[in-house]
Design a protein around this ligand. Structure first.
Ligand code: AMP
Ligand code: MG
Length: 410
């Protein structure tokens, strides 16, 4: 029988994971596929932006020195966006211009059509513009050569917009991790396919883990749910290893006779980094490497699988993507009543949190069994109870990992 040789503490396990999950290689990635990735280099402006002086409004470009209320101007050309005027503006002349149109030579101001008698061959000026009025100057946004985005920046919609203004069709970012997720367990049935026979349950872990991996910004896919049969398991893990940067399994990693995930991985050349963490929920967590691939064997209990993903796999994936914010925020929380920890190991307790004048009040979401999936939907945070003490007195602050960051704004 296999038994845990050595259980390690949570911070040690986290450190071992972080140390062995360096950033993935840098890849020029099309702009449309770079969302959520981190820039590997500073990005410099390739041109002044805007590239030319242009109009901020619809109206007439003219010489401000000619401007006088009541003066009539002759319209000699037009400059819609994308089609510069062919003529320049002389004394008493104006060129019809639209937002984004190039300011014609000779003109130094644009008057809004609302401040004239209207559109036509000529118009009367109603309100006198000052030099530079309604002109967006070349380079007023960014200057050629300026660093517009620093290395390490996470690419979001604004960063994509800024890069596009500079003509970048692709960005140098750390490659997006490919995650392959597989559930193990002969009892598992694919949800939506049929009713359960006695002893069966629906596979929820692989769906939850893929969703969480996508949320972390990776490319994640499920492999079919494997059984506990050794050959099936081996074939599935082998297939996962072909494409994955990170393989995540659930179930079959504890000390039961049917728990073959660890031995199968070791047979396939995976080097164990650790197996067993003094942590609840998730004691049997396995972590190993093979070449550049990282493998996490998450426990099968749905709460353990999700919590272990969040605390170990998610930050590993985000670190591989070059994301600085890989660790979730932590806040001190207190309880209204004494809390016991009779597990003899660190308990990451599912709690809801509420802001009070004394700080963040935590309340257990209820029973803490590792199979209680519904409890996850009510958990805002994981309060870290222990490991040194067997409890904490009411009112004493402890650290909590915030799962729902939006709670911190409430
Ligand atoms: P194991 O870690 O394989 O011993 O599984 C522990 C518990 O989690 C058992 O009750 C399993 O039936 C359950 N379980 C394992 N895998 C899954 C899964 N993919 N979805 C839902 N429950 C699971
Ligand atoms: Mg199992």
């Amino acid at each position: 029988m296999q038994l845990f040789e050595k259980l390690i503490e949570y911070p040690e396990a986290e450190r071992l994971v972080f140390e062995s999950t360096p950033r993935l290689p840098v890849e020029e990635t099309p702009l449309g596929e770079a969302l959520g990735l981190a820039l590997a280099q500073d990005l410099a402006a390739t041109t002044d932006s805007p590239p030319f002086d242009n109009s901020a409004v619809d109206g007439y470009a003219l010489r401000s020195e000619d401007a006088e209320a009541g003066r009539v101007f002759g319209v000699v050309d037009e400059a819609p966006a994308g089609r510069p005027a062919k003529r320049s503006v002389g004394e008493g002349e104006a060129i019809k211009i639209f937002t984004g149109g190039v300011i014609p030579d000779g003109a130094d101001a644009v008057v809004m059509v609302e401040n004239t008698s209207g559109w036509g061959e000529e118009f009367e000026l109603k309100k006198v513009p000052s030099p530079g009025d309604n002109i967006r100057a070349a380079g007023e946004d960014t200057r050629n050569g300026d660093v517009i985005l620093a290395a390490g920046t996470e690419v979001g919609a604004p960063e994509i917009a800024l890069a596009a203004t500079q003509g970048y069709g692709s960005l140098p970012v750390y490659r997006r991790p490919q995650v392959v997720v597989l559930s193990t367990g002969t009892e598992l049935v694919e949800p939506g396919t049929r009713d359960l026979d006695p002893g069966e349950i629906f596979d929820s872990n692989s769906y939850a883990i893929v969703a969480a991996a996508l949320e972390a910004g990776t490319d994640a896919r499920r492999l079919y749910a494997a059984s506990d049969d050794a050959d099936t398991l081996r074939a599935a893990i082998e297939e996962a290893l072909e494409t994955a940067d990170v393989v995540v399994t659930s179930g079959g990693v504890s000390v039961g006779e049917k728990d073959l995930v660890k031995s199968t991985m070791l047979d396939l050349g995976v080097e164990q980094v650790f197996w067993g963490v003094k942590f609840k929920p998730g004691k049997p967590l396995f972590y190993g490497t093979r070449g550049e691939t990282r493998l996490f064997g998450l426990p099968g209990n749905p709460v353990s699988a999700v919590v272990c993903f969040d605390l170990f796999v998610r930050p590993a994936l985000m670190g591989m993507m070059g994301r600085e914010d890989r660790r979730r925020p932590r806040v001190p929380v207190y309880f209204e009543r004494d809390v016991v920890n009779k597990f003899g190991r660190l308990h990451a307790m599912r709690v809801s949190i509420k802001r009070t004048e004394k700080g963040w009040l935590a309340e257990s979401v209820g029973a803490q069994g590792s199979g209680l999936v519904s409890s996850l939907t009510r958990a805002d945070a994981l309060a870290l109870v222990g490991p040194a003490s067997d409890g904490i007195p009411a009112g004493e602050p402890i650290e909590a990992i915030v799962l729902r960051q939006e709670k911190l704004l409430s």
